[in-house]
Write a protein that binds this ligand. Sequence first.
Ligand code: NI
Length: 226
Amino acid sequence: MAKPTKDSANHGGEPATPAVTPFIRRRTGLLAVILIIGALAFAALQAHRQAGQTSGDKITAMPAIGGPFSLVDQNGNAATEATFKGKLMLVYFGYTYCPDVCPTTLTEMGNAVEALGPQGDKVMPVFITVDPVRDTPEHLKEYLSFFHPRFVALTGTPEQVAAAAKAYRVYYAKAKTGITSASDALDYLVDHTSIVYLMGPEGGLKAHFPHGTSADAMAKKIREFL
Ligand code: NI
């Protein structure tokens, strides 16, 4: 009688050869499972790292909104993203000749900052024009004084404004007006994205508010980050 192999001992004297094949198959299957789990874990780790890289220190599901900009404020001082570091920036892109949407939004922003009381000092309401040709620093200074004393209004060259808008994924374009005479060349509307962004102390997006969000709703959300 042949000395039983480990397999035949385990399987009650069955011939060795048929028992080996299923064992190899099982092992191959197990190896495949291990490889698949490993690949998935690696992919998850990569995605995790990428999310961390695009949104600053914290891993978050927020899209990559915001970034470097170089503009000038209503007092003629240079302003970049570093100017607002350490503060919450409540930022909105628009233009002062906007007939309704922009004034409404700026009113809500100003009221939201006011509703926060003393804590509102940590929030900088910021207006960035998408119409730098008409919105000079002097014009911005006069216009924004109607909304909140702490409003910062930013403008720049058309290229600087375009770069800032791109960083915040803001769309804007001069609307077709049918104006043909040169005297009316400065009488036009601008179509633009109307979203208020709340940026964190390190510049990452914390929240966003669609057009029509009330000052109270904005203030409630901002409080979560104070
Ligand atoms: Ni507007």
